[in-house]
Design a protein around this ligand. Structure first.
Ligand code: FMN
Length: 174
């Protein structure tokens, strides 16, 4: 069994709800969960699997948000961290009706940050069943991780999580 850590930002909304549901699906005894701001970065190397969750907030640039996005701080602090031996998967929350041109852009940001640290995202997810026009979080009909639209398709959140965790379990050996 590999050690798995789920990190998410922000607390108190749909990202946290999805983060907890993913942990339930994996089995809460098999995964540790923390919001990214509370996590002690010096412990990062103790884990082999990482699941990272974010929301896209800010239609033009998701980092341009009034809220402090703690993912930015995390990636500044881990600039020198080498993710090459780790399994990493991302999930992203968005709203395809209100932001069809920037749907789950944060998945693209996550991918770039992970790749800059020699990592690679697993758990790409087909974009069938979503209605959007553009996204930084997709290429060739696949999102770079699990896309969730809990605003517009709340009834699909649980089934998507279930199928995605199944997919991850093939590579993550929870
Ligand atoms: C100010 C604001 C800007 C947003 N911009 C985007 C966006 O560009 N793309 C997108 O897919 N969703 C966007 N959303 C939708 C959120 O990502 C979505 O509601 C998400 O579930 C919020 O997660 P939270 O409840 O954990 O904060 C935006 C929401 C807000 C409030």
């Amino acid at each position: 069994m590999k050690k798995t850590l789920l990190l998410y930002w922000a607390p108190g909304g749909s990202v946290e709800l999805a983060a907890k549901a993913i942990c339930e699906e994996i089995g809460t005894d098999k995964v540790e969960i923390s919001d990214v701001a509370s996590f002690d970065i010096s412990k990062l190397n103790a884990y082999e699997n990482f699941i990272i969750g974010s929301a896209t907030v800010g239609a033009e640039d998701w980092r341009d948000t009034k809220d402090n996005n703690k993912w930015n701080e995390f990636f500044v602090k881990t600039r020198e961290f080498d993710f090459s031996t780790k399994k990493i998967a991302a999930f992203g929350l968005g709203n395809q009706i209100l932001y069809p041109e920037h749907f789950v852009d944060s998945l693209g940001y996550m991918k770039r940050q992970v790749e800059e640290r020699n990592g690679k995202l697993i758990g790409a997810w087909p974009d069938e069943g979503y209605d959007y026009t553009d996204s930084e979080g997709t290429a060739n009909g696949m999102f770079f991780g699990l896309a969730l639209d809990h605003d517009q398709q709340p009834e699909l959140t649980a089934v998507r999580i279930e199928a995605w965790v199944d997919l991850l379990s093939e590579e993550m050996d929870f």
